[in-house]
Design a protein around this ligand. Structure first.
Ligand SMILES: C[S@@+](CC[C@H](N)C(=O)[O-])C[C@H]1O[C@@H](n2cnc3c(N)ncnc32)[C@H](O)[C@@H]1O
Length: 272
């Protein structure tokens, strides 16, 4: 059964809108400026980070990769193209996965890219189906983080690797700072325990960790600059009110990052 609470459904419809627009030239132009590619990405994963993921996940042409919360196929299709691996893309919005299939066909990768509409908390794959799992800012977009991590450990082979990025709220903030952090973070960025403890509790051993908050802030600056340079094309697409709101949202997010309210981390781990 697919998730979700009302708030998860609202977030899903936000992703569907973004995926519907993801192939409009101005959106692709902005995405190329922000993350260095134009797969319709909706996380803050840059091309440089996707290149690093290939090594962190030990991908090669024999690997079976699961890209969870794959959206329109970023970065899973790119990693399949670069390494020759096979990739299974899983997400809930059908529109994103349809666009992913189209992109895979355009790149001649249809034999190695498959798509499945499924809830990350209820994966329709047998135990040990994959050599590697990647997810980009997925866990901050859903409530049942522990169940998703348990599903991941089940479908990964014992020697496999999972690498993921996640955005969270800085700990020990004042009430006002905390409210600002929540207002500028993805829908479910708040977490009761830290990710190191959550991973341990769900059967994982962390083998590598990095703080990507500075890169996140730099991407946000590029987003603001790219939006400003493409303002009139954005206004044609979204209308002037939505374009103004978008600029103000990016500005508030950057302020929150500059004030140290948000974190973006990378975890690489193996089944414990
Ligand atoms: C931040 S986006 C990342 C999309 C893409 N991987 C990228 O890097 O641009 C998070 C994705 O997770 C998906 N997602 C959220 N909750 C999910 C769930 N319970 N099961 C599967 N996918 C989910 C969303 O639909 C969205 O496409």
């Amino acid at each position: 059964m697919f998730c979700c609470t009302e708030s998860e459904i609202t977030l899903r419809s936000h992703f569907e809108d973004a995926y519907r627009r993801s192939r409009v030239p101005v959106i692709q132009e902005i995405e190329r400026r922000v993350c260095g590619c134009d797969y319709g990405g909706n996380s803050w994963t840059t091309k440089e980070q996707a290149d690093a993921l290939i090594g962190q996940l030990r991908l090669d042409k024999h690997s079976d990769l699961l890209d969870l919360g794959a959206g329109t196929g970023w970065p899973g299709i790119y990693m399949a193209k670069e390494t020759g691996c096979a990739v299974s893309l899983v997400d809930l919005p059908e529109i994103g996965l349809q666009l992913a299939k189209k992109r895979a066909a355009e790149e001649g990768l249809e034999q190695r890219v498959s798509v499945t509409i499924a809830d990350a908390a209820d994966l329709p794959f047998a135990k040990g189906s994959f050599d590697a799992i990647s997810h980009s800012d997925l866990l901050c977009c859903l409530i049942r983080k522990d169940v998703v991590l348990q599903q991941c450990v089940r479908v990964l082979r014992p020697q496999g690797y999972m690498a993921f990025t996640v955005i969270s709220i800085t700990r020990n903030l004042s009430k006002t700072q905390h409210e600002r952090a929540i207002a500028n973070a993805p829908g479910f960025a708040e977490i009761e325990i830290d990710y190191h403890s959550l991973l341990k509790n769900t059967g994982w051993r962390v083998t590598d960790w990095s703080d990507l908050t500075d890169e996140y802030r730099e991407s946000c600056v590029r987003q603001i600059d790219a939006d400003a340079e493409n303002q009139s094309a954005l206004e044609n697409l979204l209308g002037s009110q939505e374009t103004k709101e978008r600029a103000s949202n990016w500005g508030a997010k950057l302020d929150a990052m500059n004030d140290g309210l948000l974190l973006r981390e990378l975890f690489v781990c193996q089944p414990a």
